[in-house]
Ligand binder design. Structure first.
Ligand SMILES: *Cc1c(COP(=O)(O)O)cnc(C)c1O
Length: 290
């Protein structure tokens, strides 16, 4: 039997149901997080909780739980679901209220839902790289909020999916912003370049871990806007996300990157990222093996 968290309680997953007037269901009025679990332990849990609280706060939702309380609930959920390798999905909405665009005026309690899912590391992709397409970034101007409103992201991913590609790289005008559910990095002349964390992108936790390991290992980094031409002329390209980790991109719109091979700096970052996972969560059984 699997379990889920519903409003602070752990219940049978099949019993975790929300009201038709939940504002998340009707408006996407809420925020979410995906947290990686390796060896039954959460990776970068504090960072995800911090972002969850910040995302919620930025749309005027105050979490009715303390950080430690939530962390404890999530840890219990992992144990009860016997999760080894996978994710926790967690979301909070403004709650249940009669449908009205304006926020409810009475005391409405935000609705929290969390559940787990077994997902292996995408080892094949990590070894050989993935293909991508380009698409216009049609999303709103608060992409820094991990909002439940994902239509722009879904349309981008669907376009990639229809072309048999792993991800869609989004362009706002001539500038590369991010993937539909990942951050994009390029490497040029040994410098790792990625979009600065502003309202045009979601500040990935994986992105931050990568920037940290770069700085710890003396790899030069530039956090700045870069354009399509720089993407096309890059020596290496990769994406990052909680589930995809450091994922090499070997093709963009049918054009090979680095002759279709995974680049050496990308490999180095994968190795350093695995070390970071092992430091936090213990030895990995499914290492990429270089
Ligand atoms: C979640 C997400 C990312 C990646 O963030 P991680 O914290 O690394 O998982 C990147 N872009 C978008 C749009 C996202 O929703």
């Amino acid at each position: 039997m699997k379990f889920a968290i519903l409003n602070g309680e752990i219940i049978e997953r099949s019993q975790a149901k929300v009201d038709v007037e939940d504002r998340g269901y009707q408006f996407g009025d809420g925020v979410y997080e995906v947290i990686r679990v390796y060896n039954g332990k959460m990776f970068t849990a504090k960072e995800h909780l911090y972002r969850f609280v910040r995302s919620a706060d930025s749309i005027g939702i105050t979490l009715p739980y303390k950080d430690e309380q939530l962390l404890e609930l999530l840890e219990t959920l992992i144990v009860k679901n016997n999760l080894q390798t996978g994710i926790i999905y967690m979301q909070i909405t403004r709650g249940v209220a009669p449908r009205n665009h304006a926020f409810p005026t009475g005391k409405v309690i935000p609705a929290l839902v969390a559940y787990t899912k077994e997902i292996n590391r995408p080892v094949e992709g990590l070894k050989t790289g993935v293909t991508t397409i380009l698409t216009e970034d049609i999303r709103w101007l608060r992409c820094d909020i991990k909002s439940l409103n994902l239509l722009g992201n879904l349309l981008a991913k669907q376009k990639a999916s229809e072309k048999g590609c792993f991800e869609a790289i989004q362009l706002r005008g001539n500038d590369v912003t991010e993937g539909s559910s990942s951050n994009i990095f390029i490497v040029k002349n040994g410098v790792v370049i990625t979009h600065e964390s502003n309202h045009f992108i979601l500040k990935g936790i994986t992105k931050d871990v990568i920037l940290q390991v770069c700085s710890d290992n003396g790899l030069p980094v530039e956090e700045r806007t870069f354009c399509l031409a720089e993407l096309e002329q890059a020596d290496e390209v990769f994406l990052s996300s909680t589930t995809a980790e450091v994922m090499p991109i070997v093709e963009i719109e049918g054009n090979k990157v680095n002759g279709g091979a995974v680049g050496s700096i990308t490999r180095k970052l994968q190795e350093l990222f695995e070390q970071e996972i092992e430091t936090q969560c213990g030895s990995l059984a499914d290492k990429i093996l270089f």
